[in-house]
Design a protein around this ligand. Structure first.
Ligand code: ADP
Ligand code: ZN
Length: 220
């Protein structure tokens, strides 16, 4: 068996992280969330983290070569038959091209790209209300998925905080960046026959069965 991967594609706030948690609970898969990896690097004050921090605070994309190196290093550390779920990667056409090239060289296969479709209003609401656990990274929402105790993570008791890029002005920029730099990947993967669209504007309990069906259909 060769390395296999799937991609979760969608605007900020589309539910990539939430759906990734569901898939992880259902099957053995290594979750590669580039945003989370970058936030870990920032916390560790690594050279990569220091470079990424400024871009992220402004809601801009981190340069392609940094991202691709970081992702492929992780893939190369894994087992030769590992399954990966990319979340927030690729985000630009050059990233997608480089991923193709690396996978071709390794005999790895991209099995499907799930597009989580949402309206702009839902993205805005989800991002402005989002709270994240500092310790374990779990996501909550002040109204839709409130923690049992305000400001405290249900799972680990860690402190909940608002990501600096979840401030209203930065959210606008991130949605623009998605339209300008990432949305082109929809046609790119659709032309390759890899794209599956899932309506992610519904409650997660309604979205999950469609996502799991797509994964099963593509024998991921
Ligand atoms: P969201 O999808 O909600 O915007 P992420 O955690 O995936 O959240 O990304 C947060 C930020 O991290 C992005 O705005 C960007 O600055 C940076 N980032 C994450 N993934 C990538 C990527 N593949 N390419 C470039 N920048 C990235
Ligand atoms: Zn937690």
């Amino acid at each position: 068996m060769a390395v296999r991967a799937m991609v979760l594609l969608g605007a900020p706030g589309a539910g990539k992280g939430t759906m990734a948690e569901v898939v992880k609970a259902a099957m053995p898969v290594t979750h590669i969330a580039t945003g989370d990896m970058l936030r870990d690097e920032i916390r560790a004050a690594s050279a990569l983290g220091q470079e990424a921090d400024g871009y992220m605070r402004q809601g801009r994309l981190v340069p392609d070569d940094l991202i691709v190196r970081m992702v492929m290093r992780r893939v190369d550390q894994g087992a030769p038959d590992a399954r990966y779920m990319f979340d927030g990667f690729p985000r630009t056409r050059p990233q997608a091209d480089l991923l193709d090239r690396h996978f071709q060289e390794r005999g790895a296969q991209l099995a499907l790209v799930v597009l989580l479709e949402v309206t702009r209003d839902i993205c805005l609401d989800r991002l402005t209300g989002r709270r994240v656990c500092r310790k374990c990274g779990a996501n909550f929402h002040v109204r839709n998925i409130p923690p049992l105790v305000a400001g405290v993570c249900d799972q680990c008791g860690g402190e909940l905080y608002q990501r600096p890029d979840d401030m209203p002005e930065t959210i606008e920029r991130r949605l623009e960046v998605f339209k300008e730099q990432t949305a082109g990947l929809i046609d790119y993967y659709s032309d390759k026959g890899l794209l599956v669209r899932v309506d992610s504007s519904r409650h997660r309990d309604e979205t999950v069965p469609d996502l799991m069906q797509a994964i099963a259909d593509r024998h991921f």
